[in-house]
Design a protein around this ligand. Sequence first.
Ligand code: ADE
Length: 253
Amino acid sequence: MRFDIMTLFPEMVMGVLSESIIGRAQEAGVITVKAHNIRDFSKDKHRKTDDTPYGGGRGMVMTCQPIYDCYTHILGELGEGEKPHVVYTSPKGRLFDHGVATELSRYTNLIILCGHYEGVDQRVLDEIVDEEISIGDYVLTGGELPACILVDAVSRLIDGTLPEAVCHEDESVASGILEYPQYTKPRSFMGREVPEILLSGDHAKIDRWRLERAVELTRERRPDLLLLHPEKEEALKPKTKRKRTRTEDGAAT
Ligand code: ADE
C-alpha cells in the first residue's frame, strides 16, 4: 500500500513515520510513505500557500493552486490504474476508529491532505477530496499528526507490517473490547506480584482469566463497547446443557 501525504511540513510527518514498526515496514517494502511539500508547487513568487479569507475574518486560508498542482503531481507519479482515495484530515470529518482504519486499508493508494491555518479553500476540497476524517473532537493546529495516526493505524493492518499476523486480533478495540492487562519479568515489582494464574501454564484457564479481565475493564471504562459485543460477556456464562428428551419410541434426541 502506498500513502502520499500533502503537507507544509514534510519533515514532521516523515520524522514520525520513519521510526519503529512503520519505518521497518517501509524498509521491507510492505508500505510506501511519501510526503510532498505543498509549498514546492506554489506559483507565487514568494512561494505563498495561503491568503486572507473572502468575506473577512481571522486567520489565513490555504489556496487552491499549490494543493491542486501537488495532487496532479502525485497522480502523475502513481500513473495509470486505480484512482487513489483522497482523505482530508479535519475536525469536521467522520470520526476515525478501527472500522474506518480497516476500510482504508483496502485501498492500494491513499492520498492524505493536511490542512493548516483556518482551513483550506472549499473549492479544491470539492475538486479532489473523497472524504474528510477527524481523529477526535478537539482542534489541532494542523493535519500532520492526524495524518500520522491514520498511516500508523492503517499500516498495522497490512500483512507484513506486524511481526505476527495474529497480533492485532487480540488488542484493545480491534477485538471489539478493551485488552486484558499484560505482565512480563520480573515476577515481583515494588511488592506487586504477577497474577498466579499466568504462571500456571494452564492455557485454558489463562484464556478465561484474560477474557474476564477484558470484560471487567470494558464494563468499567467503555460499557458502550460491550453493548456492541454482547458475545464477549456471553462467552463467560456457564454453558447450559441441552435437555435430553425421549421420543415416543424411547430414543434419545
Ligand atoms: N486537524 C485539526 N484538528 C483535527 C482533528 N481533530 N482531526 C483531524 N484533523 C484535524
